[in-house]
Design a binder for this molecule. Sequence first.
Ligand code: AMP
Length: 198
Amino acid sequence: MVRDDIKIIFILGGPGAGKGTQCARLVARFPQLAHFSAGDLLRAERNNPASSVGDLINTFIRDGKIVPSHITIGLLKTAIEGSPASVFLIDGFPRNIEQGQIFEEQIKPCSLVIHLSADEAVCTDRILGRAAESGRVDDNLESLRKRFVTHREECLPVVGYYADAGKVAEVCHQPHETRLALPCREREREREQRRARR
Ligand code: AMP
């Protein structure tokens, strides 16, 4: 059973946006946080010789597609249940709106969504730069193109969905600038106030 007192923070962003890097920094600064990456949990399951879904996961990852929700949510649930932490950074999840809805029904509604955005060109350079070291089956140009398409078509609408609920904080990364923007609703309120003042 998942405890009632936990808080969930989703970390979203395209391939190479820096989800893992930023989560690691947050955990170093706030050790009470627990960090689970949906991608890492899926890769660990794929690498488990006893898993019945390892080959299936590998095919989805190589093709940059979203692994069926029940697999990812099952892995996240097991990880959360096994942790004594109270605040969880869940990175790379949800990848589509339905996935978020199932998670929130079965586990817990999220308190906050942090969206990391970065230019695809910057992300491509980062991923191809790390490819030799990462050894990932999807850190190559062909898989990356598919991952960007999936991100634009399926993952970005998730940000809009949670922005409508006033839960999104945007972190916009430009090559020489990182800024933390206000959650969308607050920003919209500020814009309205400025319009009213004109
Ligand atoms: P990432 O480690 O976030 O770059 O994700 C690598 C790949 O793992 C993605 O391209 C998907 O194939 C798969 N994946 C990661 N997160 C999810 C998720 N929440 N749901 C389904 N598939 C996922």
